[in-house]
Design a protein around this ligand. Structure first.
Ligand SMILES: NC(=O)c1ccc[n+]([C@@H]2O[C@H](COP(=O)([O-])OP(=O)(O)OC[C@H]3O[C@@H](n4cnc5c(N)ncnc54)[C@H](OP(=O)(O)O)[C@@H]3O)[C@@H](O)[C@H]2O)c1
Length: 141
């Protein structure tokens, strides 16, 4: 169902992909938002659905992309370091994607400064290494 940790490619190199589905973590701002904005610009025969996750509701900028996407971009609640949140997000992703499944998981959400992680270095390690999400995704592939 899933290609975890896909190779890093420029968007114009994704010509091999048709009707692909994506999950981009940390989509409310920064690089994650930029990735979702670029994916949403690609035609539906290349990018069929994009699940854009963030911890709390979609940011204003992400909502604009969702509203303009003709039902191709969806918001997904996800806190990568909370296993219950990961399970709920996986279940919601299955509902949204159906038989198409997930082709690309873009593990973008993360922190650079450990002091910004709620409970310090352990959460930062879990978050930045994204074991929870990737392991769960691979288990359902
Ligand atoms: N910008 C750089 O120069 C640079 C350099 C090296 C690596 N990176 C990495 O690239 C990624 C994006 O960077 P950025 O500059 O766009 O960072 P950013 O603007 O600080 O955004 C970080 C993103 O991570 C998400 N996030 C944080 N904790 C999370 C959690 N527990 N669960 C789910 N999402 C979480 C945030 O989502 P919320 O909206 O929910 O807070 C936010 O969307 C990060 O992984 C960062 O470590 C960036």
């Amino acid at each position: 169902m899933l290609v975890a940790n896909p190779p890093i490619l420029p968007f114009n190199s994704l010509s091999f992909a048709t009707m692909s589905t994506y999950l981009v973590t940390g989509s409310g701002r920064g690089l994650g938002l930029a990735i979702v904005q670029e994916l949403a610009k690609l035609p539906a025969d290349k990018v069929s659905k994009v699940l854009a996750s963030s911890r709390s509701g979609p940011s204003t900028e992400l909502q604009k992309v969702i509203d303009a996407s003709s039902d191709r971009v969806f918001w997904l609640q996800l806190d990568i370091v909370d296993i219950e949140s990961v399970k709920q997000a996986a279940s919601r992703a299955e509902q949204l994607l159906g038989d198409a499944g997930l082709d690309f998981l873009i593990n973008n959400g993360g922190v650079i400064n450990w002091q910004s992680a709620e409970n310090g270095i352990d959460k930062m390690y879990c978050l930045n290494h994204r074991f929870c999400l990737t392991d769960l995704s691979m288990a359902s592939s």
